[in-house]
Design a protein around this ligand. Structure first.
Ligand code: ADE
Length: 273
């Protein structure tokens, strides 16, 4: 996969040289390039922002440096990567614009984007990028404004670190043991079960006995029930979306204990619970 990141703070992306993503880059699994938006300005001061039309606080990112940068990045791709492959976005690279006003980035989005040939991340700062850039870019890219969550960061860079890590670890060969991608939070619409390691007793706290029993059926059942309990407690919103149609029949009872009925394959919270 090819990833290009455009930012006025390229140094912010330095952590992408470390750990699993850094190794994936060294191993040639991920071709990730960071570009300085100011390299695409033409004035002496390398200006990237200006005051907002209509007034108001803050500054807005000027359109032309973005058009120059994105054109260069899209052109670089055809030189380096040859013809577009079987990308999910009809051969166009995907332009991700991190923004609190974007669609929510989820594990499902990470899986979807991990199938693409090229992702371009445009890191906005200040009050954001002139809206016409996104309209213009739609001719060359599949444009997707994306939000990490309902809070405001100072710019897109931190969001890019998170999104690139979430996507990059799904690329074939990046995580050593692909099985570890199967049983983790959000892989099946639920939060992950709690995990423990040695010693079995620590500061008067014992590891749940079932995990020491060697009974793999019982352990799997305990872990599923812990996923249900934890998700009901911390993220009940996820249970509304959960496909309960495929639950082992006996697990309906576990949900009943948590105050949920299974109705037409969906979990419904009992009004009295
Ligand atoms: N930029 C600023 N806030 C953001 C958020 N919540 N998600 C993604 N990008 C952002």
């Amino acid at each position: 996969m090819r990833i290009d990141v455009v930012s006025i703070f390229p140094e912010y992306l330095a952590p992408l040289e470390l750990s699993l993503i850094g190794k994936a880059r060294q191993d040639g699994l991920l071709d990730l390039r960071v570009h300085d938006l100011r390299e695409f300005t033409t004035d002496r001061h390398r200006t990237v922002d200006d005051t907002p039309y209509g007034g108001g606080a803050g500054m807005v990112m000027k359109p032309e440096p973005w058009a120059q940068a994105l054109t260069a990045v899209a052109a670089g791709r055809s030189e380096d990567a040859g013809a577009p492959g079987a990308s999910g976005s009809a051969g166009k690279p995907v332009l991700i614009v991190p923004s609190p006003a974007g669609e929510r980035f989820t594990q499902a989005t990470a899986h979807e984007l991990a199938e693409e040939d090229q992702l371009v991340f445009a890191c906005g700062r200040y009050e954001g990028i002139d809206e016409r850039v996104l309209e213009w870019a739609a001719d060359h890219f599949t444009v997707r404004p994306m939000s990490l969550g309902d809070y405001v960061l100072n710019g897109g860079e931190v969001a890019v670190l998170a999104m690139v890590e979430a996507i990059g670890r799904l690329l074939p060969g990046v995580v050593g043991n692909p099985e570890s991608l199967v049983e983790e939070s959000h892989s099946d619409g639920l939060l992950e079960y709690p995990v423990y390691t040695k010693p079995s007793s620590w500061r008067d706290r014992d590891v749940p006995a079932v995990l020491l029993s060697g009974n793999h059926g019982k352990i799997a059942q305990w872990r599923r029930h812990e996923q249900y309990r934890r998700t009901a407690e911390r993220r009940p919103d996820l249970l509304v979306e959960f496909d309960a149609g495929k639950l082992p029949r006996a697990d309906g009872a576990a949900f009943a204990d948590l105050g949920y009925d299974v109705v037409d394959g969906h979990l419904v919270r009992r009004p009295d619970a």
